[in-house]
Design a protein around this ligand. Structure first.
Ligand SMILES: CC(C)(COP(=O)(O)OP(=O)(O)OC[C@H]1O[C@@H](n2cnc3c(N)ncnc32)[C@H](O)[C@@H]1OP(=O)(O)O)[C@@H](O)C(=O)NCCC(=O)NCCS
Length: 155
């Protein structure tokens, strides 16, 4: 039977759990509470969490870019609790995010991913993201990043 998920907007009371998922996912490279508070402030209803059986098991945060980049958004981060991976939680988050962007007429979504992060690359490619260019030494450990983007097909 497929796992049932509820995707909803972040609440302040979710922050501790988000930080837990973040640490389990990224270790010493985890974003801190201040950055998540800033995302909550700036990204509004594009900061989403996914619940399974009333427990938050992941999050996705997307920010709309400024006036000069009209019609564009950036996927700032996504993570799923390691014990909940491979069962569609990130897919539920992505589908909700893409639907919300479509409703706002935002057709282009960009992101950065570490070249060595094969799971994440496979996930993004499944949703139509393609590599735009390589950014050498983008990450703190010196690894390269891929700038990836997807454009919503015209109806
Ligand atoms: C990337 C991540 C968010 C995927 O979450 P998830 O809930 O396991 O993903 P889903 O179950 O929705 O999988 C969707 C698709 O992603 C791809 N995928 C996910 N995990 C994968 C893996 N271990 N190996 C290969 N492909 C994988 C597959 O294409 C999959 O589709 P399929 O089930 O039809 O094969 C999760 O692995 C994670 O939290 N990683 C650590 C944090 C991270 O790296 N975030 C991205 C930073 S740029």
């Amino acid at each position: 039977m497929p796992t049932r998920y509820l995707v909803r907007r972040l609440r302040t009371s979710d922050l501790d759990r988000i930080l837990e998922v973040e640490h389990l996912s990224f270790g010493k490279d985890a974003y801190d509470r201040n950055l998540f508070a800033e995302f909550a402030h700036k990204c509004g209803d594009l900061f989403l969490v996914v619940e399974q059986g009333r427990k938050v098991c992941g999050y996705m945060v997307t920010c709309i870019r400024g006036q000069r980049a009209l019609g564009r958004a950036e996927l700032a981060s996504v993570a799923v609790d390691p014990t909940s991976r491979g069962k569609g939680a990130a897919s539920a988050l992505m589908e909700s995010t893409l639907r919300r962007l479509r409703l706002r007429g935002i057709g282009r979504l960009g992101l950065m991913v570490k070249v060595t992060n094969h799971e994440a690359r496979a996930f993004y490619e499944k949703y139509g993201f393609r590599k735009v260019r390589t950014i050498r030494g983008y990450y703190e450990d010196g690894r390269d990043g891929w700038l990836m983007a997807r454009t919503e097909p015209r109806p």
